[in-house]
Design a binder for this molecule. Structure first.
Ligand SMILES: Nc1nc2c(ncn2[C@@H]2O[C@H](COP(=O)(O)OP(=O)(O)OP(=O)(O)O)[C@@H](O)[C@H]2O)c(=O)[nH]1
Ligand SMILES: [Mg+2]
Length: 239
């Protein structure tokens, strides 16, 4: 099985090498071939330069730099298209800030091999958790999650997590359906598309840790955009 990790980055210079080293460790013990595609939006802190340096000595790392900050959703879509056209069987979307521990990758890929089309690393199932978030951040996340879940009628506990594993078939359907979100609403959007097409989804418990380094790109604008865009997904994906 050919696995691609899609890593969108914006100002993650303090995290990127640490994360790639963790992936390197997992690769040693994993029977499948794992590559990484970093999609950087020309981060002013030099994330792309660091990733490119690393890729010179680690040929399983590819780096794609876009001209400016074009959004998380559009970065993921670039990664999905790359994975599809390059024949990957399985695609993992992951944040580059060490909140998504690569330790979960083998478990996610195994769940996918058992016939599921999408595996969600879920903070909100038994055994999952969020460590280190303020009360306000927890409330915002829970409300956003509940809002998207109810509006889109998704049977998944955690619809806002960015840590997911997709089969080739799921990726093909997502690309074919088109992604409307430029930003964070891509997380429920991919699940909505998958649900509309009747593909199976499973969740594994996942412990999310708050950022140790670098700045969050989540701000009030991003949150408001999320709440504004989610209802529009209903009209965009009618199938
Ligand atoms: N290429 C690209 N990556 C982005 C963009 N916005 C965010 N990212 C990356 O997407 C991932 C998620 O963004 P975060 O800022 O960590 O969002 P979050 O995890 O919801 O928020 P925190 O918990 O505060 O970290 C990180 O790897 C970011 O660097 C963007 O516009 N373009
Ligand atoms: Mg993050």
């Amino acid at each position: 099985m050919k696995v691609l990790i899609v890593l969108p980055t914006y100002n993650e210079a303090e995290n990127i090498i640490n994360l790639l080293e963790r992936v390197k460790y997992i690769r040693k013990f994993f029977s499948h071939n794992i590559n990484v595609l970093v999609i950087d939006d020309n981060s002013p802190d030099g994330t792309a330069r660091l990733a490119k340096e690393y890729s010179k000595f680690h040929p399983w790392v590819y780096v794609f730099v876009r001209r400016g900050k074009l959004g998380l959703g559009s970065a993921l879509l670039v990664g999905f298209k790359y994975a599809y056209t390059h024949g990957y069987d399985c695609v993992i979307s992951m944040d580059a800030d060490l909140q998504h521990n690569p330790f979960y990758i083998p478990r996610m890929v195994k769940a996918l091999s058992n016939g599921v089309e999408v595996v969600v690393a879920s903070r909100y199932v038994t055994g999952g958790n969020v460590v280190g978030w303020s009360l306000l951040r927890r409330i915002v996340s829970l409300v956003a999650n509940l809002y998207a879940r109810c509006l889109l009628r998704l049977g998944v506990s955690d619809v806002t997590t960015g840590y997911k594993c997709y089969s080739r078939r799921a990726i093909a359907i997502i690309i074919w359906s088109g992604i409307f979100s430029r930003g964070y609403s891509i997380q429920p959007e991919t699940l909505y598309i998958i649900n509309r097409h009747g593909l199976s989804v499973s969740e594994i418990p996942f412990v999310f840790v708050s950022r140790a380094a670098g700045k969050s790109k989540m701000d009030l604008g991003v949150i408001l955009e999320f709440f504004y865009l989610v209802p529009q997904l209903l009209a965009k994906h009618k199938v």
